[in-house]
Design a protein around this ligand. Structure first.
Ligand SMILES: Cc1ncc(COP(=O)(O)O)c(C=O)c1O
Length: 378
């Protein structure tokens, strides 16, 4: 059997990793400023993470959600404290798309409505409902178009109010920082306006923090730079398990749980919880949010002085570098000549940098040097 050929693959076989580096079978080191698609939060093969998972595997890897699982309780407690959402409830699943899928479902159950408002260039996943609210018609199959979704421009307050006035909107969903689009931050004023209007017209506010969450922006969640913002639902995945598949929905106290309302076979299993607990312990013990903020500021500042870059956007270690031309060749050169992994975006001019949150300044300096050399044409 062959694998289904849906990914344009680089001919590099990654066999192991350590910190901010990954290695191929010949032991060639690659500096990972892509984080395996914004997934690696505490670095590759962090010893505490490895030990926690191995230890859990020796005990039990999985049992179903039909029995009490103390690790879920521990994870919810720790996540509540780390994110400052102690009064919220946690539902665990396996991926970002599933997190959004369940958040949309909850919003629809809660309001009895089915229309969703999403934003231009937004990405929320590839499953049934999540892809229907993703602004990329090429990946939406006819079967996904099961409910109305209106896409609005960032900042368009009058269009938002016009839509909400019909009182048929179940939820407004927005990324903390748009990732795949090419790193675009919604303004604080616009986010506050959405919250206000959602409350006024009985709609639910969903903050998709799948990519921008877990410390990447220099705050636990990107939206937390605005103190008064309290979304009804917050979705997480990616950095939550540092590569172990796990996602979650943080649910405001006014949502009432009912047996059978949501469910999953694998979500919140013992091994996934052990991985997610280890991630939060490392983030706390090693002050990684502060590191993301300070190293990120250093990286952004220094990127701005590299000749040839058109614009640098972002916050913490979620950074977009906009070039005057298409970045395809530049990324290949960075990877094959300079052994530097970077991310692309749906905008063909933007490179994304998403390194682990414990990246060191010496690694940032190497990245800057390689970028400058490659951009200069060497
Ligand atoms: C903002 C955002 N939401 C949702 C998803 C979907 O996550 P997953 O690929 O884990 O389903 C992604 C993935 O890139 C994302 O960036």
């Amino acid at each position: 059997m062959k694998t289904f050929d849906v990914y344009p693959l680089y001919p590099i076989n990654i066999t192991h990793g350590k910190g901010a580096y990954v290695y191929d079978e010949k032991n060639t080191p690659y500096l990972d400023f892509y984080g395996g698609h914004a997934v690696i939060s505490i670095g590759h093969s962090h010893p505490h993470y490895v030990e926690r998972i191995k230890d859990q595997l020796d005990k039990i890897g999985f049992y179903s959600n039909s029995v009490q699982n103390d690790l879920q309780v521990q994870l919810a407690d720790l996540l509540g404290k780390s994110s400052n959402y102690e009064d919220y409830q946690l539902f665990l699943i396996n991926s970002g798309a599933e997190a959004n899928e369940n958040a949309l479902k909850l919003a629809s159950f809660h309001t009895g409505r089915s229309k969703i408002i999403s934003f231009r260039k937004g990405f929320h996943g590839r499953t049934s409902a999540a892809v229907n609210i993703t602004d990329n018609p090429g990946i939406v199959a006819p079967i996904n178009k099961g409910f109305p979704c209106t896409f609005l421009e960032f900042g368009d307050e009058s269009a938002l109010e016009k839509e909400l006035k019909n009182e048929d909107t179940a939820a407004i969903i927005i990324e903390g920082i748009q990732g795949i689009a090419g790193i675009y931050e919604p303004s604080a004023d616009f986010l506050m306006y959405i919250q206000e209007q959602a409350g006024k017209y009985g709609s639910v506010l969903i903050l998709d923090e799948v990519q921008s969450g877990y410390g990447r922006s220099g705050h636990f969640f990107a939206h937390q730079k605005i103190k008064a913002l309290k979304p009804d639902l917050i979705t997480v995945a990616k950095g939550m398990g540092n590569g172990f598949p796990i996602g979650g929905v943080l649910i405001a106290p006014h949502f009432e749980a009912k047996y059978g309302l949501l469910g999953t076979t694998f979500g919140g299993n013992h091994l996934a919880c052990a991985a997610a607990i280890a991630v939060l312990e490392v983030i706390e013990n090693e002050n990684l949010i502060e590191n993301a903020r300070s190293i990120g500021a250093y990286l952004i500042d220094n990127l701005r002085s590299i000749p040839g870059i058109k614009e640098v956007r972002g916050s913490g270690l979620m950074i977009g570098i906009e070039m005057p031309g298409n970045i395809k060749e530049l990324r290949s050169k960075l990877l094959f000549q300079h052994q530097l992994f970077t991310g692309s975006a749906s905008d063909p001019h933007t490179i994304r940098l998403l390194p682990p949150l414990n990246v060191h300044q010496r690694e940032v300096d190497i990245c800057l040097e390689r970028l400058e050399t490659a951009i200069a044409g060497n």
